[in-house]
Design a protein around this ligand. Structure first.
Ligand code: SAM
Length: 448
């Protein structure tokens, strides 16, 4: 049952149709969609039976059934992300308002669990840097795990409150605020959210949304792009917030080109996704350009990060593809960061709580690298590392962190792969094979 006060509060909104809205919520229909990782996979590789393409994303595809993703090794290899289709519309906002081939600094301010961040990473160039931030500490590990699975080297994960970004004035070219909201757009998928919904919570959310925007806007460059979105239907969290934003700050609303057959509804400001119109859940997105602001500020010189000596660099370089990398040592772990992002990453490490940056390569012990799980899944891993193909059953046993049955020809650290995609590390000793799949990621369920 939908909350009693919700329906009257939606009357008069563009695209709202009371009967159709009630019907679609009662239908029990569940839509499943995934977005592929173009650095590892393509839509043509998707083996699940397809329910067609998501019209507004070149990487999105609907599935006709919901398979058990837990028991698909490709899910763990970071070949795709399970994401609600409407929210993939972010791709239109970015590709229509930003030159994505330019080197950009992008902030995804409310990022966990990482749906928008992994999507943004697939849209920007290697010369661009994504800061993926999540303020709630308990939500950072899942964000970090999803970024690691995605395999890219141009992402920094931070854990900061929006106001803690204040020293980065005029720094970002693009900011995405996927704001915490009352969540009505996800009622079909998460019926528990229905009991938590109230008009009072909508008001509290809208005040928080204003605070978040006001805190972060100074960090957007002049002419920079702000994308604001929610999964709420309430105008108090959507159009009203946008109007407040345009009244209080010098920003201009950007119109996007929408194909008629997408059934996306254009509001006076922003775009609405209604589940009785689109194949997806409730979603709202608006896109703005900042008209005033100062010009770019050069980065201040920062304290040097602890780097590696020549010998350590040589040890690590054998494992990596690219030679234009710099290494940062934190505690005992070494992170590989592309040379072109090194200054920015060092800068961010001084100003923010950086939880992850570039690709964690591993730790050096007795002149050898103990490779990190992240390195196995990363795009930086050298092609010369030996890899062992696993069949599906063995891949699942590996992902459960159980013993796997195989006879590698060589000893030492090696990859295990499923259908050519790395799952993680094993260390082959003379009498056994050690499974190095991270304990905290292992599959706990016994059967599908
Ligand atoms: N962008 C994510 C994705 O696509 O996977 C979903 C983000 S969710 C809608 C909103 C996020 O905002 C949550 O992870 C929540 O923890 C975070 N959040 C909560 N309060 C916040 C605040 N005051 N400032 C910034 N983010 C906040």
């Amino acid at each position: 049952m939908l909350p009693e006060e919700l329906l009257p509060s939606l009357e008069g909104l563009e695209g709202f149709d009371r009967d159709a809205f009630i019907k679609v919520h009662a239908s029990g229909e569940k839509i499943t969609s995934i977005r592929v990782n173009p650095q590892k996979f393509s839509i043509e590789d998707v083996e699940f039976s397809s329910g067609g393409k998501v019209p507004w994303s070149r990487y999105g595809v609907y599935l006709s059934d919901r398979p058990s993703f837990t028991f698909d090794p490709l899910f763990h290899a970071g070949c795709y992300y399970v994401q609600e289709a409407s929210s993939m519309f972010l791709e239109q906002a970015l590709s229509q308002s930003v030159d994505l081939l330019r080197p950009l600094k992008v902030l995804d301010l409310c990022a966990a669990p990482g749906g928008k961040s992994t999507h943004i990473q697939s849209l920007i160039s290697k010369e661009s840097l994504l800061v993926s931030n999540e303020v709630i500490r308990s939500r950072v590990p899942v964000l970090k795990d999803n970024i690691i699975k995605w395999g890219a080297e141009n992402v920094v994960v931070t854990q900061n409150d929006p106001k803690e970004f204040s020293s980065l004035k005029n720094y970002f070219d693009v900011i995405v605020i996927d704001a915490p909201c009352s969540g009505s757009g996800l009622f079909r998928r998460d019926p528990d959210a229905i009991n938590e919904w109230s008009l009072n919570n909508v008001m509290l959310c809208s005040l928080r949304q204003q605070r978040i925007i006001a805190d972060i806007l100074p960090t957007l460059k002049k002419e920079g792009i702000l994308v604001y979105c929610t999964c709420s239907y309430s105008k108090e969290e959507n159009e009203n917030i946008c109007r407040w934003l345009m009244d209080e700050f010098k920003v201009q609303d950007l119109k996007l080109k929408i194909e008629n057959n997408w059934n996306v509804v254009e509001s006076p400001v922003g775009y609405r996704f209604w589940p009785h119109r689109v194949k997806g859940e409730g979603f709202f997105l608006a896109c703005f350009q900042k008209i005033i602001g100062d010009d770019d500020m050069p980065l201040k010189k920062v304290k040097n990060q602890v780097q590696l000596n020549k010998k350590e660099q040589a040890i690590i370089s054998n494992w990596l593809k690219s030679d234009s990398l710099r290494f940062i040592k934190r505690e005992n772990n070494v992170y590989a960061v592309p040379e072109r992002h090194f200054m920015d990453v060092s800068h961010l490490m001084q100003l923010l709580q950086v939880k992850y940056a570039g690709v964690e390569a591993g730790g050096i012990m007795h002149d050898k690298l103990i490779p990190a799980h992240a390195l196995a899944l990363s795009n930086l891993l050298s092609d010369s590392i030996s890899a062992n193909p696993l069949d599906r059953d063995n891949a699942i046993e590996y992902l459960k962190k159980k013993e796997i049955h195989m006879k590698p020809e060589m000893k030492g650290w090696q990859l295990v792969q499923y259908e050519g995609h790395a799952l993680g590390w094993i260390n082959v000793l003379s009498n056994r094979i050690n499974n190095y799949y991270p304990k905290e990621l292992r599959i706990l369920k016994e059967n599908v």
